[in-house]
Write a protein that binds this ligand. Sequence first.
Ligand SMILES: [Fe+2]
Ligand SMILES: [Fe+2]
Length: 155
Amino acid sequence: MEMATSEAAEGVSERLGADHRRLDDLLAETKRVWADGDPETARRRFHAFREGLERHIEVEERVLFPAFETLTGTTPDGPTGGLRMEHRELRKLLAEVAVQLEEAPPAGRAPVLPVLEARLAAHNDIEERRVYPTVDRLARKTGALANLVHRLAMF
Ligand SMILES: [Fe+2]
Ligand SMILES: [Fe+2]
């Protein structure tokens, strides 16, 4: 259909994928600065990362996952249920890392930081390979993509 191609050049994949990259950079920067022995800067970077990830998770849970469920005819017990559970785990890790960065570092160790990084990478990979492209494809087909991307941006 002609309309489908002209609608919303930027999709969910581009928008939320770019947010994944931005957050990855903040977390990598946190790790690097922490290893360099600059805990103050590391805490500031991590704070920005944490706020950004919390907001990203909220957008997904309030806007994207309901859209995925509607478009695919699945329920919160389906694929989005697993992703919501991972969000809860990520939030727990965020809190643990924050505590480790606050405490005087024993020999500069923040052991939960790489765990958070690995879990987040696995989670983002599933979203980028299975969830975002599915929503883009189905929402484009029904002409709902522009409105959806707009709602992601409004958040
Ligand atoms: Fe997510
Ligand atoms: Fe995400």
